[in-house]
Design a protein around this ligand. Structure first.
Ligand code: SAH
Length: 225
């Protein structure tokens, strides 16, 4: 709880600047701009980095992982919710692979009835759990698990977001989409990687779009305790 007292630490102006930069980069959805303005990104970072929390850049969160750049978080979320401008919760059930520090999870939770988020590194999972609980975000389930194996996961999702990059589109994720559901995922290695948006049009029919060049950490196998 101590960290939450830092909420006033970053002025509205600093956050407003982040929103301006996101707008300049092409983020149009006002719902996302508002949520990004109101979500305290500095709470997700170590104190030493908190002063850079509203710069539009990826930052280290330990264990060789990074908190995603705000623009990428905004862009991925926008692609998932752009078809539904009316419902307060455009997404019913969302799945995130790679909780990391939990920042993207918090943003996604604003637009989803329920979020399931998976992280393979236990200390990151535990830390995200504590921060998201401090922020009183309740419509989520955080799992310490390998996002490569979803065998035990029941039901399908209308949105899946991966914050880690496999080399190819994983079939097991496609199978977890509802009809009409969307998967947003970086695909490729660290020399060439692109955000890829896939929609399940019919049971066996998928539409794929290759979008922005990006650089995410790789999707790895196995658990770290
Ligand atoms: N959105 C997060 C991004 C964290 S980086 C944030 O803003 O903090 C991506 C995360 O994916 C890392 O924490 C990494 O440990 C995790 N990851 C990589 N492979 C995974 C897998 N197979 N299952 C679950 N998480 C995985």
């Amino acid at each position: 709880m101590k960290k939450l007292q830092g909420l006033g630490m970053t002025s509205l102006r600093t956050r407003q600047r982040l929103v301006e930069r996101l707008t300049e980069q092409g983020i149009k959805d006002v719902r996302i701009l508002e949520v990004m303005r109101d979500t305290p990104r500095h709470i997700f970072l170590d104190e030493a980095l908190a002063s850079r929390a509203y710069d539009d850049m990826a930052l280290p969160i330990g264990h060789q992982q990074t908190i995603s750049q705000p623009f990428i978080v905004a862009r991925m979320t926008e692609l998932l919710i752009e078809d539904d401008k009316f419902n307060e919760k455009p997404l019913k059930r969302s799945l995130e692979i790679g909780t990391g520090c939990g920042y993207q999870t918090a943003i996604l939770a604003n637009f989803s009835e329920r979020v399931v988020s998976i992280e393979r590194i236990k200390p990151l999972h535990e830390r995200a759990k504590s921060i998201l609980s401090d922020l009183k975000i309740k419509n989520l389930r955080l799992l310490h698990d390998d996002g490569n194996i979803l065998n035990n996961m029941e039901g399908n999702f209308d949105a899946i977001l991966s914050a880690a990059a496999p080399l190819n589109v994983p079939n097991y994720l496609l199978k977890k989409l509802t009809i009409g559901g969307k998967l947003i995922i970086p695909i490729g290695d660290d020399s060439s990687q692109h955000l890829t948006l896939i929609r399940r049009v019919k049971k066996e029919q998928f539409e794929e779009k290759t979008l922005d060049k990006v650089l995410f950490v790789p999707l790895l196998k196995g658990l770290v305790n």
